[in-house]
Design a protein around this ligand. Structure first.
Ligand SMILES: Cc1cc2nc3c(=O)[nH]c(=O)nc-3n(C[C@H](O)[C@H](O)[C@H](O)COP(=O)(O)OP(=O)(O)OC[C@H]3O[C@@H](n4cnc5c(N)ncnc54)[C@H](O)[C@@H]3O)c2cc1C
Length: 596
């Protein structure tokens, strides 16, 4: 059975010592009162809930999975899930970063992100039920009519009801322009919605008495393609006058998927048989309305992989300290024992440090981005809001794709530390690998994230947003360039920053002649930019650790060792990626389709 301890020290190191969260929040009127003590107190309480309750349900929930009853078209979640949800709701966790006007506590998004990290480490499948509701809440909050907001937001904020996002259909996933679900206006101002949705996470369950589905569908006169998609709110039960769930709506679960991971989260096929729905936002602008929650939702998927990387690392490190196999190459480390622990072997350390560095880098990038989201939403100065919004837009695909690719590497490396035992269910680590795999696929596949980064975010605005991030990196390099002790971090960072600039120009030129050139370079490019963000953040963490290393606190020594490992062994991957990315589209497009 795996275990989990929330990495509070590392979380606090980032929030307080690296990101200066308290002083950033002090500039945001909505969060000016959120001081260090509040942040710490919430994290400590959250840690207890995740470590003690959620974690204990993870392995059994995976083994049991969800149950579908064909007669009633209902879904039952694994044992203990409903009770845990009741406890979660009663403790006020759903309200954490929601708007106080609708019953929320109004705490910063960065705090919610840290809490969700712990929840994902403890039980990703369980956390997805309330996690998805956050996206539905944001979408409704930004685009819903006053009536819809009044009727539904308080229920979603308090967690009394949960929400879903219904985009995917059997014939359309990435290309939502192909969507077929139909919405026909009714006399009372609502719509009759029909169609089939697949792969809807938490589409049906027994955690709450009502479920609020946000559904994409087409109006009768809608233009073809993605410009003709509208967004509708479709409740499972239509609220009665007193706000309780009333008449059963015609949206039903037709089955659940049997899948590789997150077994305890119900992935549902939903059929809509003239279900009643209400328009959110303007007709034919449903995708734009959904984009409101896309950045936060994609960052949240990165947080899923951060959580899994952390818990997988913790269990692998504990195993390596305990398991004895072979002897240290330099001679027995513990001659009085029959064998040394796995930790003496450089290759096992490579596996552990890879998982650890990818996890610490992910935490830094995601918390930094979450704080930018707080600035984007709440800074009183428009320029500051715009600057933060540009950085968030640029780096959202990196938070999603780079972090989830690394999360899969981290969980797989952690599994490797266990040898054959890592392949056995009861140790738990194989579940982390399986659960981590979906994060690379949903919420826009990682290949599509790469196209978004290079095509829309970088080439689409002639590199303006990329330059804004580049300026942050450059000013750090200028400040630390004179610091002898920082050279080992600053020099490779500066080198990579220059190469990214050059490579971006080169792809832009090639793509003008042939758009496939951008498509061919996109995934390599995203990984290279991801490494640039990690190198910048590891250098920032190293700077803090260097200043405090003399105090004798082993935490800072460990931080420095991990940063050095990252620069020496993971960052050099960029050399190969640059070479591959520059090799062009021909080696991908030359093979005739008939020969595949
Ligand atoms: C467990 C699970 C939970 C999910 N939860 C939800 C949910 O809650 N709500 C929801 O609406 N959906 C959900 N999904 C659906 C998920 O978002 C889609 O599976 C995903 O977006 C990919 O769509 P697809 O499966 O149709 O693949 P396709 O779109 O058919 O793509 C297949 C492959 O082609 C690549 N590809 C496609 N188009 C392009 C392109 N233009 N350029 C380059 N490469 C391309 C993709 O990257 C991918 O590798 C879930 C899926 C799963 C498996």
């Amino acid at each position: 059975m795996p275990s989990y301890r929330a990495p509070l020290r590392d979380m606090q190191f980032l929030l307080h010592e690296v990101l200066a969260t308290e002083s950033v929040l002090a500039e945001l009127p909505a969060h000016a009162g959120t001081d260090r003590a509040t942040l710490d107190a919430v994290l400590e309480e959250g840690a207890k809930f995740c470590e003690q309750l959620l974690q204990s349900l993870n392995l059994p929930g995976d083994a049991e999975g969800c149950h579908y009853d064909r007669e009633t078209r209902s879904v039952t979640t694994p044992a203990g899930f409903v009770a845990a949800y009741t406890q979660y709701r009663d403790a006020g966790w759903p309200t954490l970063s929601a708007d106080p006007d609708f019953g929320g506590q109004g705490l910063p998004y960065v705090l919610n992100t840290a809490f969700f990290e712990m929840g994902n480490s403890a039980n990703q499948a369980w956390l997805m039920y309330p996690g998805l509701t956050h996206g539905a809440y944001e979408c409704l909050h930004a685009h819903g009519s006053d009536e819809l907001k009044a009727a539904y937001l308080p229920k979603l904020v308090t967690g009394e009801w949960l929400g879903t996002m219904c985009l995917t259909e059997p014939h359309c996933g990435t290309d939502l322009g192909l969507l077929r679900s139909k919405a026909t206006p009714r006399d009372d101002g609502s719509y009759a919605i029909s169609g089939s949705k697949i792969f809807i996470s938490a589409g049906e369950h027994d955690l709450t008495p009502n479920i609020v589905h946000l559904v994409l569908a087409r109006l009768p006169d809608a233009p073809e393609g993605s410009k003709g998609i509208s967004l509708f709110l479709v409740p499972k039960f239509i609220p009665a006058a007193d706000g309780t769930p009333g008449e059963r709506n015609a949206i039903f679960c037709a089955g659940i998927e049997h899948k590789m991971g997150i077994h305890a989260n119900a992935t549902c096929q939903l059929v809509l048989e003239d279900a009643r729905g209400w328009l959110i936002g303007e007709p034919n602008r449903g995708l734009q309305a959904m984009f409101v929650m896309m950045n936060a939702a994609r960052v949240a998927v990165g947080v899923q992989s951060l959580g899994l990387g952390e818990v997988a690392y913790q269990n692998a490190a504990a195993y390596a300290k305990d398991r004895r196999q072979g002897r240290a190459l330099a001679g027995p480390a513990e001659p009085d024992q029959p064998a040394d622990t796995l930790l003496v072997h450089p290759d096992v350390r490579r596996q552990l440090l890879t998982a650890r560095a990818y996890t610490e880098g992910a935490r830094a990038l995601l918390y930094w981005t979450a704080l930018q989201i707080d600035i984007e939403h709440h800074h009183p100065d428009e320029d500051a809001r715009k600057q933060a919004a540009d950085l968030v837009a640029l780096l959202t695909p990196v938070c999603k794709a780079f972090v989830t690719d690394n999360g899969f590497i981290a969980t797989t490396q952690a599994q490797q530390v266990f040898g054959g035992h890592g392949y056995i269910h009861e140790w738990g680590v194989e579940q982390f690998v399986r659960d981590a795999r979906i994060n690379m696929i949903y919420e826009g596949t990682n290949g599509v994230q790469a196209l978004d980064l290079l095509g829309r975010k970088v080439l689409g605005d002639m590199g303006t947003r990329l330059r804004k991030f580049g300026d942050l990196v450059k000013s750090f390099i200028e400040e630390e360039g004179v610091n002898e002790a920082m050279q080992e971090f600053v020099n490779p960072l500066a080198d990579l920053a220059g190469k990214v600039e050059k490579m971006t120009m080169e792809i832009a030129m090639k793509a003008m002649g042939n758009r496939d050139e951008a498509g061919a370079a996109a995934s390599d490019y995203l990984r290279i930019v991801g490494h640039l963000t990690f190198a910048w953040l590891f250098a920032r963490m190293a700077k803090v650790a260097l200043a405090k290393a003399d105090g004798g606190d082993p935490f800072y020594a460990a931080k420095l060792a991990t940063a050095r490992f990252y620069f020496a062994r993971l960052l050099p991957e960029t050399a190969g990626l640059i070479r591959a990315g520059r090799s062009g589209a021909d080696n991908l497009m030359a093979l005739d389709a008939a020969l595949f």
